[in-house]
Ligand binder design. Structure first.
Ligand code: F6P
Length: 367
């Protein structure tokens, strides 16, 4: 008898997810591991995240084809090279108080014969997965988000690729900024956590980095840039996370409304800063929001490798009946942690430890 497991990717896409799906499939279907694990698996990919488990009509062939796919080694062979998620995703909260669909998900999982579910998600979707676990579903989680804001793990899939794209994009911006002697404000993602901006800033040598964890003073940013100009620096890059804000102000919103988990849509702080800097200095300022450019693209070697490790570990967890837990990287080793613990709080930049609040950049002293 084969144990049928489901895999779904929920929330925003990122690089490294496909490698995880590939290795879940490889590991689950590895015949050499059958005697070791004492069980055989079958892997079903659920399309478009929770939406697939909500919409599927398991008794209808056409619907099964639309919302599920049987994963085998041949199908997933090249998936590790591509970014995004080959299974598709959606931003749907199954526990939305206005329309609770958890019951339907549980019923459909039963009808599909799914004995366990691997959820590849960030804080909101692993939160939903944990609630399902509490309702009796055998769930394991894989952390992914370019924001790297999940706690209880040192790594979330997608982060390294995103930092690499930020670095590459800034390399391009630097060229034109230097030619024209301009200041460029570059906006990264990062709602509450400034890791993308901070580590992108370290990698690209940004002059100023603004993060959500520390409210900045606009006049001080202007002062730092004017000082650089006086020192003879031709151009400056200001890196700002979408969730950063000037002291005493709210985040800048890209548009109205909220997503399925009640989160507002951030975006535009870079433009706001650029406009203000031009008003308060004699500098010529331009603004670029990297938005989804930093989330797309093929995964770096690190994300492919981490996808592999997390994917294999997720199958090990199912074989070991280690449910309600998330795969995690801690001090260089793959381990598992209770999902609940990972969801209790976000992993934010420790300002005291990592951020220079005087110069708005990473700490200058490490030891
Ligand atoms: O992956 C999380 C995130 O990168 C946030 O930083 C950002 O606010 C959000 O995704 C935007 O996603 P979308 O525009 O796809 O809704």
């Amino acid at each position: 008898m084969k144990t049928r497991i489901g895999v779904l990717t929920a929330g925003r896409d990122c690089a490294g997810i496909n490698s995880a799906i590939q290795w879940i499939t490889y590991s689950a279907l590895d015949k050499d591991l059958v005697p070791v694990r004492g069980m055989m698996f079958e892997v079903i990919g659920i399309l478009d995240g929770w939406k697939g488990l909500i919409e599927v009509k398991p008794e209808k062939k056409e619907s099964l084809k639309r919302w599920t796919v049987s994963l085998d080694s041949n199908l997933v062979r090249t998936w590790d090279r591509s970014g995004g998620t080959r299974l598709g995703t959606s931003v749907i909260n199954p526990f939305d108080p206005k329309k609770d669909q958890a019951g339907l998900i549980i019923e459909n999982m039963k009808k599909l014969g799914l004995e366990a579910l691997v959820v590849i998600g960030g804080i909101d979707n692993l939160g939903a997965a944990y609630k399902l676990f509490r309702e009796g579903v055998k769930v394991v989680g894989i952390p992914k988000t370019i924001d790297k804001d999940l706690s209880e793990t040192d790594y979330t899939l997608g982060f390294d690729s995103a930092v690499n794209w930020i670095t590459e994009d800034i390399d391009r911006i630097r060229v034109t900024a230097g030619s024209h002697s301009r200041v460029f404000v570059v906006e990264t993602m990062g709602r509450k956590a400034g890791w993308l901006a901070l580590e992108g800033g370290e990698a690209s040598g940004a002059a100023v980095t603004l993060i959500p964890e520390h409210d900045f003073v606009m006049e001080r940013v202007a002062e730092l840039l004017v000082k650089r100009k006086k020192e003879g620096k031709r151009y400056s890059i200001v890196l700002v996370a979408e969730g950063a804000k000037p002291r005493g102000m709210h985040e800048v919103l890209e548009r109205r409304g909220q997503d399925g988990f009640g989160r507002v849509y951030l975006g535009g702080i870079g433009g706001f800063i650029a406009e203000n800097l031009e008003k308060h200095t004699n500098l010529e300022v331009r603004y670029v929001a990297l938005r989804h450019l930093q989330r797309g693209g093929s995964p770096t070697a690190y994300d492919r490798r981490m996808g592999r490790k997390y994917g294999i570990a997720a199958v090990d967890m199912i074989a070991n009946e280690d449910f309600g837990r998330m795969v995690s990287l801690k001090q260089g080793e793959i381990t598992t942690v209770p999902m609940k613990k990972a969801l209790d709080q976000l992993s934010l930049v420790d300002v005291e430890k990592f951020y220079n609040t005087m110069y708005y950049r990473s700490k200058d002293q490490i030891l």
